[in-house]
Design a protein. Structure first.
Lengths: 333, 333
DNA sequence: CCTTCTCCATGAAAGGTTTCACGTCCTGGC
DNA sequence: GCCAGGACGTGAAACCTTTCATGGAGAAGG
């Protein structure tokens, strides 16, 4: 620290009141703009407070009011490029409403998720925005009592913000079919996530209608492919692959290239999410764009609403997705 | 919310004490493992507390002790892929020590930075880890009074965690020179950041010794290139480019490709930071690796130390960097 | 001139915890 | 059998704020 004088004590409201020659109550009212204080007095108090560099002690305030002015944001994995953009918007939107955000990263484990939630509740957040790892996290019950909005999963009882995953899956499949692909493989996200299942199911049923589903495997939301996924790719039976996430798509493209094949010449790939990497990748990835920023902002809005009106019926907001066509899909002639 | 019964009130310590038939003081001691409580009583109290689902009210605790158990992490821009990894490690390390972290993203503006810091101080963080945008942020004085460790910049008076930027710049330049490049351009990061200057200066002086510095321009830490940078690249006078960050390098490679040139055949590029994208990019980017995770962990360690021993002399830790050679540099024969 | 408001201002309680200072009881030493 | 001292427990203050209930003074109306 710059100075070693240990306690650069902050002025307390009592001190402000004394310095201003008014009562504690008046000082409080003046500073919070509540209660009834004469115009002149208020200004005087404010001036004195400013001089003393008064900063309200949030802990004390929180204790009285029960509101901490903090919200929690729980995401699975910050290094998944899907999340930073989300977090950024949440943080900004929250700040615009005067809230700070506790961010926590659960690193893909349900126990971490539970610990994270507990820590947050203990620290006294006013509300939580939660992007769950799986549908059945033990956390469902834990969050009881704290206003919560859930992203991505349609957890019963919570306010929910989602994208139209089924439509995304369908779009991806149709795009491939329209390009003349017949033998299509699907690498979907983890079984445990309903959003991943929805993407996959819609894609699969669309493929089945007019094409041929050659395989369907699962992979974590990661660049690294699991053995069964690698094996599926190794079989070279599909001319096109639908993936449950851009990260998986990129991992798959790497693997395909490792096989000596080319994307999109030999195999076409479509992703999901439209993370920033998607367009930077070579070839640029055709993918399903979700309006993450809008969703994040909506989550904050929903949380703010919920925090002030706890009784309201839950809401579920579903955002539209759209296919963005780039270079990873080959049109068969 | 799952239930609409408004207040699922949490048990208070007083209630625990009463239910256990002991005094408030004993209950407090038992739960905090301090003071003197008989083994039997302690266990009994703990049991009762568990039954009642007692969770200490952190606001009250914070008010008494002055410690909130929260730390703040201030980074410039979460969407810059350099930061999520850093944040993740900080969050984890902090949690391992029982701290929650307020994360805030200053979006590159110094005013935001100031607001963010104020909000954090008001919320009562016990300490702050700060990755400043510029050397002259107005924040230098603001943080006074809150234990703070600064990342990346050597701000006087603070505990500092850095990487050996000068060495990185030198390494990059030497790598290029060793590969036979002579006409070398430098795109460094923003003027305002001393770390960017150090990288550039070392690179430039090394280039000057044994090669030819054809131009030197600046760019924000972003994929988007500023006009003067584009102009420099357009001049096609350099066979190799040293950049102040991987993000800039990727932006530059895009631009170079747009010129109809190839990386590395026509122009070699070296980055700085070794962000996750670097190895995914085609061509994979040769860059300077900083041990971000270690630095993040060190920052938390340093902060913890500082929070418990405010008087200690400041420390500055400098991490070594190393060049990781990939495919974006051509060896001239 | 007196009553009745309204407007300002204040004292004091409350909120949940930690911790100091003190008291009681039992143990062990002589 | 007494006393010193340790172990265990307790009451109460303090932390800083919000907010309720109350009081006084001045203005307006009769």
């Amino acid at each position: 620290m710059a100075k070693s004088e240990d306690p650069p004590r902050r002025a307390t409201l009592k001190e402000v009141a004394k310095a201003a020659g008014v009562s504690l109550a008046s000082a409080s009212y003046a500073i919070n703009g509540a209660g009834s204080v004469g115009e002149a007095t208020r200004e005087h108090i404010l001036k004195v407070a400013a001089e003393l560099g008064y900063r309200p002690n949030q802990s004390a305030k929180a204790m009285k009011t029960g509101k901490t002015g903090a919200i929690g944001l729980i995401v699975p994995d910050l290094t998944n490029p899907f999340f930073p953009g989300l977090a950024q918007v949440v943080i900004q939107a929250a700040r615009a409403h005067g809230y700070s955000v506790f961010l926590t990263d659960t690193e893909g484990s349900t126990e971490e998720e539970e610990r994270a939630v507990n820590l947050m509740i203990d620290h006294g957040v006013d509300g939580v925005i939660w992007f769950p790892i799986a549908d059945d996290g033990p956390v469902g019950k834990l969050i009881e009592g704290v206003p919560t909005v859930v992203l991505d999963r349609n957890l019963p009882g919570y306010d929910v913000i989602q994208a139209d995953y089924a439509d995304g899956g369908r779009l991806a499949a149709e795009h491939l079919l329209a390009a003349g692909h017949v033998n299509i493989g699907v690498i979907s996200g983890p079984h445990a996530a309903s959003s991943a299942r929805q993407r996959a199911e819609a894609a699969i049923s669309t493929v089945r209608e007019r094409g041929n589903l050659v395989w369907h495997v699962h992979n974590a939301y990661s660049l690294d492919l699991e053995p069964e996924v690698a094996k599926a790719l190794d079989s070279r039976t599909a001319t096109a692959v639908i993936t449950g996430a851009d990260l998986i798509a990129i991992g798959a493209m790497r693997h395909i290239r490792g096989l000596g094949q080319s994307v999109p010449d030999d195999v076409s790939v479509v992703g999901f999410d439209d993370i920033p990497w998607a367009q930077l990748h070579t070839p640029a990835l055709t993918t399903i764009d979700m309006p993450v920023e809008d969703m994040a902002a909506a989550a904050v809005e929903a949380l703010i609403r919920r925090m002030s009106a706890r009784g309201e019926p839950r809401r579920r907001v579903v955002f539209n997705v759209e296919l963005v066509s780039r270079d990873s899909v080959r049109v068969l002639t």
